[in-house]
Design a protein around this ligand. Sequence first.
Ligand SMILES: C[S@@+](CC[C@H](N)C(=O)[O-])C[C@H]1O[C@@H](n2cnc3c(N)ncnc32)[C@H](O)[C@@H]1O
Length: 262
Amino acid sequence: MFHRSDNLYFQPRQNFNRNEDFHEELNDLFNKKFQFRYNSDWKLPELDLWFSAPPWKVRELDTQKSRLNFHKSQLNDFNIEEWSSHTRRRNPAGEVGWKIRCLVNPEFLTQAWTKFYECASNYDVIPKQAITERKMVSLHLCEAPGAFITSLNHYLKQNHQDVEWKWLANTLNPYYEGNSPSNMISDDRFMFHTLNNWDFGVDSTGNLMDWDNSQAIIRNAKSLGKVLLITADGSIDCLQKPDAQEEMTSPLHYSMSISTSQ
Ligand SMILES: C[S@@+](CC[C@H](N)C(=O)[O-])C[C@H]1O[C@@H](n2cnc3c(N)ncnc32)[C@H](O)[C@@H]1O
């Protein structure tokens, strides 16, 4: 039986400011970058060959998966709210959003907002062509509630005010009653005011895994001009099947990669 008093679990939020290692730990977090070297020999197989081979398994990875899931299952008895509160307290970046809100108070700040802003500040997310031609079209797949867009807006206004920007976004339609609430983000605070920029496909579900929807969304984005930036942030709630996250999310990842490559 788990007892609150004899476990590290209920420690108060770490005060990193008083910790000498604060700056080192902080820099380590922001320097966690990996670069993949592109090899022009890498070619995707022809489309009609995809998923045609029987599934195969790597024994070592399967063993690792069982061990990992065994350890994860030790958490099963914890109360989910208490566990979330614990992981929040252990997150050294937890203060970042609060600080930005106090200093800048940007439109629709969420963790995704900071994630995108960090990417935009560190990498050439805004293509040179957009800067020289002073216009840009962006497409945002699986994007509710929309913080990548508000973050991009903030970044453009701060750094490239003269770029004329058009955007289109897609996501599971929160107003479509047939969509499962567990897969959807119902927060429409931003979407409600920008509905004309949201594309829910030909059947109004917004489901990007539907081929006709994905093709219609791509067509509509291209009709705005050359699409110079695409974000694809789709994810699915795996709470009911935490031991099969990759299996659950891979069809969505596949649809996003097909859509972004066209
Ligand atoms: C992590 S959220 C995206 C957050 C967003 N980038 C932001 O900055 O606010 C993942 C989104 O993927 C959407 N999604 C999941 N499955 C989808 C599908 N099949 N088609 C379209 N969107 C999907 C969810 O509804 C959710 O809005």
